[in-house]
Ligand binder design. Sequence first.
Ligand code: ZN
Length: 457
Amino acid sequence: MTTLFAKRALLPSGWAEDVRIRIGADGRIMEVEAGAARDSGDVSLGEKTILPAPGDLHSHGFQRAMAGLAEYRSTSADSFWTWRETMYWFLSALSPDDVEAVTAFAFMEMAEAGYGAVAEFHYVHNAPGGAPYDDIAEMSSRIIAAGETAGLGLTLLPVFYAYGGANKAPLKPRQKRFETTLDSYASLRAGVTRAAKSGAPDLFVGNSFHSLRAAGPEEIRILTETYKGAFHVHAAEQVLEVDDVKAWLGARPVEWILDNTPIGPGWCLVHATHMTEAETTGLARRGAVAGVCPVTEGNLGDGVFNGAAYLEAGGKIGFGTDSNISISLADELRLLEYTQRVTHKSRNVMCRGEWSAGRTLYELALEGGAAALSRASGAIAPGRWADLVTLDPSKVSLSSGEGDRLLDGFVFAGGERAISDVWSGGRHIVKDGVHVRRDEIESRFRASLSRLRHEAP
Ligand code: ZN
């Protein structure tokens, strides 16, 4: 059991001073007391401010290894689809050891960026060529191991993936590593659930089908009836995808999902990028989370999320690092706001009324992340997982380093350097800005990377 003493903390009721936070041996917050006196056994945080650490609601850990490899213009019109070919090429050499090493590295960087947990959207199930591993949950187990190495709370989402495009197009040879049927998915789920039983108490298994490019209506009906709880889905990332789905099902992807699935609280539509006004308000009303990944969406040239209208309609938003091209919580929050500013030719768009944009974006990340990860986190309150981050105002040059100004500085003024400590489920994994196992995780990552760059066909 540890008790932290913070001069300043962001509580559900707002900013508070002289806060004692008692964390139990199980990794949950037991008690929070504001306006308290410091006890001699407390761990003092000095001048640092403590905040809940948001969950990263969408990641493909292995893609961290190809960061920077698709930034060279190779055709007259590079696009998401040409990027995807690079990703598939890269995948063909990726072993379970590589997936574990690269994912642990990505998770470590997430912690250093201020995330307190992650939802890993995991769809690489099979060996190169498509044959299943002897243990169908081999790759999923490697993700779990990566989470344990990094100490980052994990919601593992084994992904159903049956087709190579809308209208049940057959899988391309390079997509065979993702292939599941309803039967193999059931076996995979059983294997993952078994593997998770010996994992950390804050390891959760969730549900996912990849997208309407990779699952048909009948399979989606069976999946949502069979596996209770919320689902994560790639929704409407690309205009071509929207057009293909409309030609096939007579409805746009988000429209179809709203009309044909039990979508509701906790569901996470990742890249709900291309939505009509009706889809935007419809999604907000259903209580689902729009999982935005502004850095990846910008990197891939996806388009701009209808953020202002969605927020106005009361929609929940959370943030993901997706391709992990660069891992930065502050960048994700800032880029969402900036895409809205350039779209609307206005400032401080992602706010409800007169309020701090930094605080609004941060609180959206807290609430949306916790809902999408099905993780009792996102607040410094009894019963919640102790997912916490401290910011050291002395590390950034800001006119005021307190309260909402601190969050505005964090999001907009290079405040990432202020990240000092991170706890995930009570595990103190980042100290003075550096992950406690960085050297070992980084050296395994570098070894994988160097092998992959030589061996990828
Ligand atoms: Zn994704």
